[in-house]
Design a protein around this ligand. Structure first.
Ligand SMILES: *Cc1c(COP(=O)(O)O)cnc(C)c1O
Length: 375
C-alpha cells in the first residue's frame, strides 16, 4: 500500500497476526507514558469508545481492555460471563473453536461440543436444535471467522437462533472485528472478543471484550482468576479511569493511532473492501500458479486463505517459507490435521500492490524449487 521506507524494510506479514502496521502506528510507540497519567487514561477511554461504536454497542455495551494476547481475553470473557454452573455450547469447525473447548475444560465450565467438518460452516439450525435438546445450555460460544481455515461462520443466523431460545452468545471475533459487520443491538450477543493486533492493525499485546453492561454487572465474583477477572478490571477502570495492573502503554497508544487511520480510511466498509480486493487478487493469482483453495469461495472470509499443498515431489513448505522470507514475505503454516495446507493472510496494512509483489515472488520461488505452474 503506502508503506514508506525505511520502516518497511521489514518483511510483509501475510499471517493471522501479528500483522504489518503502518509507520505512523509504529511511531506512536516512541513515547513513554505513565499509567497514572491523565493523558494516558484519556487514550484508553478514547480507544474503548471507538471499539464499542464499531459494533454499535453505545447504548448497551461497554469495553473492557485486558493485557495480553487475544486468548487471554477469550478466557477472561468465558471465565467471567459464564456462571460456574453455566453450560456452553461450542459449534466446532476449527482450531480456535477447539481452543475455546480447552479453555472451558481448564476453567471447569460444562461444555457441549457441536461438531462440524472443517470445510463446512456452522449451521444455525443445528445450533438451535442443540439448544432445544438441552435446556441446561446457558451460552453459545461462536468463532466468527475461524482463522484456522479462513472460514466465515454465520454470526447473524446463530445470534437469531440463540435469541429465539433465550440463551446468551459470546463471540470470538478476533480476526473479524472491524472488517466484518457485527451489530450487538439486535442480537443475544453478551460479548464480542477481539484484540489490538489483528484487523484494527494495531500491534499485539492488548485484548478487549465489548460486553453487555448488564451481563458484566451480574458477573461479580464469578471468575476464579484475579488477573483475568473482567468484572474487576471494569470496576477498577470505572472507579479510577486507570487499568488494574500495569497497562501495555505503547500498545494502547499504537491502537489509538491505528483507530485514527481506520476512521480516515473509511471505517469498516473501506477496510473490508481493501481486504476483499487483497483476497480476490491473492486467490486469483495463486490459482494461476496452480494452487487450489481448501474452502469454496462462498465460505471464504477475506481474512486468510488456506491453500492445499501441491502434490509434487519437490514441494516442501519449509523451503518455500525460507525462500519467500528472503524475498520479503512471511507466510504461515496450515492448521489442519488431515490435509497438508499452508495459509496466506490478506490482512494488515497491505494492499493489492503488495499481493502482486508476493505473487511474483511466489512464481520465482516455485521456479527455483522446480515446481512448474499448474503442477
Ligand atoms: C488470533 C486469534 C485468537 C487469539 O490468538 P492469540 O494467539 O492469543 O492472539 C483467537 N481466536 C481467533 C479466531 C483468532 O484468529
Amino acid at each position: 500500500m503506502n508503506a514508506p521506507l525505511p520502516m518497511h524494510a521489514d518483511p510483509l506479514l501475510l499471517t493471522p497476526g501479528p500483522l504489518t502496521t503502518t509507520a505512523a502506528t509504529k511511531a506512536a510507540m516512541l513515547h513513554d507514558r505513565g499509567s497514572w497519567d491523565a493523558a494516558f487514561n484519556e487514550i484508553t477511554a478514547e480507544v474503548c469508545t471507538d471499539l464499542v461504536a464499531i459494533v454499535h454497542g453505545q447504548r448497551s455495551h461497554v469495553c473492557v481492555p485486558l493485557q495480553g494476547s487475544g486468548t487471554f481475553a477469550v478466557e477472561a470473557a468465558l471465565g467471567t460471563l459464564v456462571p460456574r454452573d453455566g453450560r456452553v455450547l461450542v459449534p466446532n469447525n476449527g482450531a480456535y473453536c477447539e481452543r475455546i473447548l480447552r479453555i472451558l475444560g481448564v476453567l471447569g465450565r460444562a461444555a457441549v461440543e457441536l461438531r462440524f467438518d472443517e470445510s463446512e460452516p456452522v449451521d444455525a439450525a443445528r445450533v438451535e436444535a442443540a439448544l432445544i435438546a438441552d435446556p441446561r445450555i446457558s451460552h453459545v460460544a461462536l468463532v466468527h471467522c475461524e482463522t484456522g481455515t479462513g472460514m466465515l461462520n454465520p454470526l447473524q443466523g446463530v445470534a437469531e437462533a440463540v435469541a429465539r431460545q433465550g440463551r446468551r452468545l459470546i463471540v470470538d471475533a478476533m480476526s473479524s472485528f472491524g472488517v466484518l459487520p457485527i451489530d450487538v443491538r439486535d442480537a443475544a450477543i453478551d460479548a464480542v472478543v477481539a484484540a489490538s493486533g489483528k484487523c484494527l492493525e494495531g500491534v499485539p499485546g492488548m485484548g478487549f471484550v465489548v460486553a453487555r453492561r448488564e451481563a458484566l454487572e451480574a458477573a461479580g465474583g464469578v471468575s476464579h482468576s484475579l488477573a483475568l477477572d473482567l468484572h474487576d478490571q471494569w470496576r477498577y477502570l470505572q472507579r479510577t479511569t486507570q487499568w488494574r495492573f500495569t497497562p501495555p502503554t505503547h500498545v494502547v497508544a499504537a491502537l489509538r493511532e491505528a483507530l485514527v487511520q481506520y476512521r480516515a480510511e473509511g471505517g469498516l466498509a473501506a477496510r473490508r473492501a481493501r481486504y476483499a480486493a487483497n483476497c480476490a487478487r491473492l486467490v486469483d493469482g495463486m490459482q494461476r500458479l496452480g494452487f487450489r483453495t481448501f474452502l469454496s469461495p462462498a465460505l471464504q472470509a477475506p481474512i486468510i486463505v488456506t491453500f492445499l499443498a501441491p502434490q509434487h515431489p519437490a514441494w516442501r513448505f519449509d523451503v518455500l517459507y525460507a525462500r519467500m522470507r528472503d524475498r520479503g514475505f512471511i507466510l504461515y503454516p496450515g492448521k489442519l490435521t488431515l490435509v497438508d495446507t499452508f495459509r496466506v493472510g490478506c490482512i494488515g496494512a497491505i494492499g493489492v500492490d503488495d499481493i502482486e509483489a508476493m505473487l511474483a515472488a511466489m512464481a520465482a520461488t516455485l521456479d527455483e524449487m522446480g515446481i512448474e505452474p499448474g503442477a
